[in-house]
Ligand binder design. Structure first.
Ligand SMILES: *Cc1c(COP(=O)(O)O)cnc(C)c1O
Length: 422
């Protein structure tokens, strides 16, 4: 057991205890080899929306395996991919017309960047710079790391990362400054696209900004013919309270990336949605204008069938009622930390709640995170702080009682970890 060949993601194996085996999943829970039930308060890295092993999605997967495995997706198409594409266009912000499949959030963003560059290239316009927001995260491939925040996570790869233009995070009071800076960048004429996480930066620390800023950025982009790419990989599928976060700003991006909740979290799949204009820029009798991108498992039929079933869950079950209930519990429970010296920046965006632990300065933070994770585990909870940011992003089947238990644990663990240094 201690000699596993597996190299885990974002894991310092020299410091972590041996990995616990999860032997089953069920609703809001992971069940480990010792029979412990862990409340999955972060939806297994944000992918599980309705709950683990939703019966309808599992059934669709079983049925799909009776007729499909992988099918080459050039020259051919299949029913699950067609139904899913039509269903996505139905629920996406109006104006998105085409669906390009890939397999992960990172690839959906890579595809978006390539679509944007291809769009201008095919039109004979020299525009190839990408604008991003400070603190953003778009994935771990070279392209998406280039667009994301730089730091210890990617310093080794820095020599290979391409340059992008960065906007400051639009803190309250600084919104106009950020809009003006974007407008100034657009005026240079070389900007192809603004790539942005709408409303909330996820891995960057659950930082929330106003929908009006997103709307303002969209207007500026449109005015200058610059494309807007919404990375809804985390925010999609109800996380911020609406199906997609862009809805809250009343905007349609030119390109929208979705992945995490697309199959309800059951199987890997991603989609990049684009407007007719972007698709048509790649439409030509000249083969050089083809959109040159594919991954082997593009539009895997079983994953597509899972996603079609996910759409049916959204259509037939009161998912938004569940979301409203989670929002309400967050509101009530977060209130207990108002004015609490251990926490700052208490915030909420739909089903996502976050607060910053007031960790004393002096490099103690690196130790606090893993310690808190361990303490949560001992209390039957999967919660992984991002630095000093404690957050909850539960699957929608979670009950008010379960969520309250997570808040009780945050209260208790914060006391154990934070009060020591006071
Ligand atoms: C998780 C995430 C990604 C990357 O998705 P993967 O499936 O892990 O490649 C991209 N963008 C955002 C906003 C994310 O939260």
């Amino acid at each position: 057991m201690n000699h596993s060949a597996v190299w885990h993601p974002f894991t310092q194996h020299a410091l972590e205890p041996p990995m616990k085996r999860i032997t089953a999943t069920e609703g809001a829970y992971l069940i480990d080899e010792d029979g412990n039930r862990l409340l999955d308060a972060i939806s297994s890295w944000w992918v599980i929306t309705h709950g683990h092993r939703h019966p309808r999605i599992m059934e669709a997967i079983r049925t799909a395996t009776e007729t499909y495995d992988q099918i080459i997706f050039a020259e051919f198409t299949h029913e699950p991919a067609e139904r899913l594409a039509a269903g996505l266009i139905d629920i996406a912000p109006p104006g998105l017309r085409h669906v390009f499949y890939s397999d992960s959030g990172s690839t959906s963003v890579e595809v978006a960047i390539k679509m944007a560059l291809g769009y201008f290239h095919n039109r004979g316009e020299v525009r190839n710079r990408i604008v991003v927001m400070e603190g953003s995260y778009h994935g771990d491939t070279i392209g998406t790391m280039s667009a994301g925040e730089r730091g210890v996570f990617n310093s080794a790869y820095e020599p290979l990362l391409f340059g992008v233009d960065r906007l400051l995070f639009p803190e309250p009071g600084r919104e106009q400054e950020v809009l003006d800076r974007f407008e100034a960048l657009c005026r240079t004429g070389g900007i192809a696209a603004l790539l942005i996480e709408p409303l909330i930066l996820g891995a960057g620390g659950m930082k929330i900004y106003a929908a009006s800023v997103l709307a303002g950025l969209q207007q500026i982009a449109a005015r200058h013919g610059c494309l807007l790419i919404a990375d809804e990989v985390m925010t999609g599928w109800g996380r911020t309270g609406t199906m997609f976060a862009c809805e809250q700003a009343g905007i349609t991006p030119d390109i929208l990336c979705t992945s995490k909740g697309l199959t309800g979290g059951a199987l890997p799949l991603a989609a990049t949605l684009a407007t007719a204009e972007i698709f048509e820029a790649h439409l030509s009798s000249d083969r050089r204008k083809t959109f040159f991108h594919s991954s082997s498992y593009t539009a895997n039929p079983i994953a597509c069938a899972a996603a079609v079933a996910n759409l049916e869950v959204w259509r037939s079950e009161p998912v938004f009622e569940r979301i409203r209930a989670i929002e309400e519990t967050h509101r009530q429970q977060l209130a207990r930390f108002e004015g609490d010296m251990r926490f700052t920046r208490i915030r909420q965006a739909g089903t996502i709640a976050a607060l910053d632990a007031a960790v004393p300065a002096g490099g103690y933070l690196a130790e606090a995170g893993p310690r808190m994770r361990r303490l949560f585990r001992e209390r039957g909870l999967l919660i992984r702080p991002l630095g000093n940011v404690l957050y909850l992003m539960p699957p929608y089947c979670v009950t008010g009682q379960e969520l309250t238990r997570a808040y009780d644990a945050i209260d208790e663990v914060a006391s154990l970890v934070l009060d020591r240094d006071r």
